[in-house]
Structure formats: structure tokens, C-alpha cells
Design a protein around this ligand. Structure first.
Ligand code: BG6
Length: 489
């Protein structure tokens, strides 16, 4: 058997990169709203003001801000999330396009700051709740089941400015209030949920994943613990609200190969893998793995769990596992090789057998099959690939057409790999939602011209364009893939 008859074909987005309307409908400021536009060569920055009144802009990856930093948006900076791809105003048009492609599901995130603008209020913002009611109704009208990420790089900066966001355990309670609010409100409309997008991004620094303005390993460990407890509580809250709810986790996954067969490289690949597996291990198994506890001990990280916290983790394991997959990398323990690193969020060593995208992400469909096999074997839980795709620069022809055969090739090969994982290896796969199905802002660079979509959005990096939508060649191709349930590639 190949893709199941109710396989969830669809596409994926995130509010911070897609929605725009950043200050409309009572919305508050999120961690991504404070990130400037960057490029392949210019890193994105995060803006804040210190008590002396000076405005600063520091690198988003590896941010280490002073204690008195007040995060926010300041004049003279270009913040791409503020407009995104304007889904806020164009959701009907976009969902109709998804319906036309035959989507069974649409992965999107609720922007926490639309519901609780500062993060710590007691009462939700009705206008924000109403917006997502309208969006979900529109999806259901087109026969599309929403797949909702509760937190996708959208931590309220109100929480960062108040107590350092996820470093402080009080954020758990705020998050749970938010989960309960949306769980109750959208009961019967939303059945598939994801807790934290790419929770393992915390390993690359705290800002994107958690609104933590620090690289301090102790703070990262504390934030990770609080998010893992919050994730487990979210699972329990959503199950209690509706027994039909299916709650998954989400990790950023990249296949990691040993650079050579030298045992030290193999060991390095294994320990690099554990950097990502750690979060998933806790969310799927309900307890901290031994290798992580040993790592904390070795590095002098203070860590403990109360009996109550242990119970929470144990009783809050996920129903399925979801992950993003774009590329693979190699791990090496050889200092000379390490001097030659590549990749983006999944830093690693280049693989001589693979080609890379224009942004240096190595293209490896077999790596997707291996990832599915590894994950299924490790957890024996259903899987979903909730992000995959090729970020590329598209050329609009004079007649308005866009011939993105490179994107079709990439997706075709990855779908074939999923098919093999199902047919040959017996993996249980529930769904596939390629990333940025309608063009949106890049998370790592803040660029608009790193495009993933089946639908082109006329916004450019210099702020020009009206945001009009047009179909790329891949639109009809994906429509055919869905209607043939993955047989006609
Ligand atoms: C994942 C994120 O890391 O990769 C998305 O969950 C992101 O938010 C996607 O957009 C692709 O990365 P980028 O940097 O090309 O946008």
C-alpha cells in the first residue's frame, strides 16, 4: 500500500512569516516582529532599547542582549513580518487557491500575540479569536482540515520584557491559558495540533524558538525544560477538551551522515543527532534521556524535575511526531574538515555527493526516507512531514508565467522517497505539507525572494509590489499529485 486514502496532502505556513497585519485587530508584538530583514550575506538582527535610551540591533542567531534590553520595533528598520504575505487580508483568496489544488489540510500557526497581545493577560482579545474563526470556517468550507501550530516563532515580547519569556516558569501558565482558550474556542473546527515549531532550534540560540535573548546554556536549558513541560500540558489540555484532538510535536530535522567511516566521525554524527532527538525523546517518551542528563552534569548545568513535573511529562506524550526536512549534512570530528562548514540552521559539513540550493541547503531525498525510517523505528508513532521544499528565486516571464521545474523536481523526488518509506519500509505517514505553499518571508534571512510556493506573491525585498497572487507551473503539478493520491508524479 502507498499513501493511505485519507492521506493529508496540503501546505504549510506560519503566522509570523505569512500573516502580516502585525499591529491590526489588537495584536501585540511577537519575537519575530522585532527581527529585521537580512539576506544571504547580511544576518537578520533583533532590535531593542537599553535604559540609556539607545536603540540596538544585534544578530538574531546567537543573540546575547544586556539585562536592561526592552525589545520592540523602532523607526528606521525594515521588519518583514509586519506585512508578511498579507494573509490577514487575503485569507479567502489564498484558501480558495489551496482548495483548488485539492488540499486536505492546511498547516498554519495561531499568532499567540493576536490572542494574548502581551502574553500574560487574563482575558483574550476577541478580535484575534474572531479572525481565526473566520480562517478556520473558510478552510472547512473548502474541505480543508486545519493543522495548527500553537507557537511558531511568535513568543509575545511582552513576556520577554517582563521576565525573560521561557527562561521563567511563569510563562508555562500563560501558554496553558492560551492553549485552553484556543482549544475551547475552536473545538470541532481544529482537530490536528502541533505544540512548538522546531523546538530543537533552541539549540541554535534562544530568540527564534523562545524569545530568549541569550545564549547562556543554563538559560537555554531552563527554557527547554519549561517549553517541554508546557508542551506536555498542552497535550493534556487539548485531549481533555476534545477526545478527537490529535496533538503532535514538531522538530527541525536534518539527516546527519558521518563525513567518513572513521569511528570518531560516526560518534560525532550520533551526538549531533541527539541534539535534535533530545526534545523529541522527551515529547514522545515522557522523560529526559540519559545522554542529556549526563551532558548537563558534565557542563555544570543545574537541572532537576519535581515529581509533579515528571508526571506531567509522562502524561503529556504526543500522539504523533511531525518534522521539517529540507536537507542533510555531515558531521566530522576532524578540525581541518570543520574549517569548511556549510548549511544554515543545521550547521554541518558539506557532502561531496550532493548538490545544494542557492542558499547552500544540500538536496537529499534519500535523506528524507532515512529520516522517516529512523524516526519511525525510534518512536513507533505516526509521522507527518510538515515542512519540505526548495527555497529558490523565481523568474516571472513577460506573460506572467513562472516555470519552476526545479521546484517540481525537488518535490517529486522527496515524495518518491516518502512513498518508498511507506511501501518498502512500512512507515506510518499521515501527511505532507510542503513549506511556504504560498510565497512568504524566509525565517532565516527575512528575504521575500527566497520562495517556496506553488503560488507567487508579488512582494519584493525592497518593499515594492502589491502582493498579488499568481500560479506557478508547480501549482497544476501539485494539484495532479493530490488528485492521484501521489501516484502521478
Ligand atoms: C523552518 C521553519 O526552519 O524552515 C520555517 O520552521 C522556515 O519557519 C523554514 O521558514 C525554511 O527556512 P527559511 O529560512 O528558508 O525560511
Amino acid at each position: 500500500m502507498s499513501f493511505s486514502k485519507d492521506f493529508l496532502w496540503g501546505g504549510a505556513t506560519a503566522a509570523n512569516q505569512y500573516e502580516g497585519g502585525w499591529d491590526q485587530g489588537g495584536k501585540g508584538v511577537s519575537s519575530s516582529d522585532c527581527c529585521t530583514r537580512g539576506s544571504r550575506t547580511q544576518p537578520r538582527k533583533v532590535t531593542y532599547k537599553t535604559s540609556d535610551g539607545v536603540v540596538h540591533a544585534d544578530m538574531m542567531f546567537g543573540l546575547d542582549a544586556p539585562e536592561d534590553a526592552v525589545f520592540g520595533c523602532y523607526e528606521g528598520f525594515d521588519y518583514p513580518s509586519h506585512e508578511g504575505a498579507d494573509f490577514y487580508h487575503r485569507y479567502k483568496e489564498d484558501i480558495a487557491l489551496m482548495g483548488e489544488m485539492g488540499y486536505k489540510t492546511f498547516r498554519m500557526s495561531i499568532n499567540w500575540t493576536r490572542i494574548f497581545p502581551l502574553g500574560y493577560e487574563e482575558e483574550p482579545n476577541e478580535e484575534g479569536l474572531k479572525f481565526y474563526d473566520d480562517v478556520f470556517d473558510e478552510c472547512l468550507k473548502h474541505g480543508i482540515k486545519p493543522l495548527v501550530t500553537l507557537s511558531h516563532y511568535e513568543t509575545p515580547v511582552g513576556l520577554t520584557n517582563k521576565w525573560g519569556s521561557w527562561v521563567d516558569a511563569r510563562t508555562i501558565e500563560c501558554f496553558c491559558r492560551y492553549v485552553k482558550t484556543v482549544g475551547e474556542r475552536y473545538k470541532g473546527k481544529v482537530e490536528y495540533w502541533l505544540t512548538f515549531n522546531e523546538i530543537n532550534c533552541l539549540g541554535f540560540g534562544g530568540w527564534m524558538a523562545a524569545g530568549v535573548p541569550s545564549r547562556d546554556p543554563q538559560k537555554i536549558a531552563d527554557a527547554a525544560k519549561h517549553q517541554l513541560i508546557a508542551s506536555a500540558k498542552a497535550v493534556q489540555i487539548l485531549h481533555a477538551i476534545d477526545a478527537n484532538n490529535k496533538v503532535g510535536n514538531m522538530i527541525g530535522y536534518g539527516m546527519i551522515y558521518p563525513h567518513t567511516c572513521a569511528p570518531r566521525d560516526v560518534l560525532k554524527a550520533w551526538s549531533s543527532f541527539n541534539g535534535s532527538y533530545f526534545y523529541c525523546d522527551v515529547q514522545a517518551r515522557g522523560y529526559y534521556p540519559a545522554y542529556k542528563l549526563k551532558e548537563y552534569e558534565r557542563n555544570g548545568i543545574e537541572f532537576s524535575l519535581t515529581e509533579e513535573e515528571k508526571e506531567t511529562l509522562k502524561n503529556g506524550t504526543v500522539d504523533f511526531i511531525s518534522f521539517s526536512y529540507y536537507m542533510s549534512n555531515c558531521a566530522s570530528d576532524d578540525p581541518e574538515v570543520l574549517a569548511n562548514q556549510g548549511g544554515n540552521m543545521m550547521f554541518g559539513v558539506k557532502n561531496p555527493y550532493l548538490k545544494a540550493s542557492d542558499w547552500g541547503w544540500q538536496i537529499d531525498p534519500t535523506g528524507l526516507r532515512l529520516s522517516l525510517d529512523y524516526m519511525y523505528d525510534r518512536y513507533q508513532l505516526p509521522l507527518m512531514v510538515v515542512e519540505n521544499g526548495l527555497g529558490a528565486q523565481d523568474q516571472v516571464e513577460e506573460d506572467g508565467s513562472i516555470h519552476d521545474s526545479y521546484r517540481i523536481d525537488y518535490l517529486r523526488d522527496h515524495i518518491k522517497a516518502m512513498k518508498d518509506a511507506i511501501e518498502i519500509d512500512g512507515v506510518e505517514l499521515w501527511g505532507y505539507t510542503p513549506w511556504g505553499c504560498i510565497d512568504l518571508v524566509s525565517a532565516s534571512t527575512g528575504e521575500m525572494h527566497k520562495r517556496y510556493g506553488f503560488v507567487y506573491v508579488d512582494y519584493q525585498d525592497d518593499g515594492t509590489g502589491q502582493g498579488d497572487r499568481s500560479k506557478k507551473d508547480s501549482f497544476d503539478w501539485y494539484k495532479k499529485v493530490i488528485s492521484s493520491n501521489g501516484e502521478d508524479l
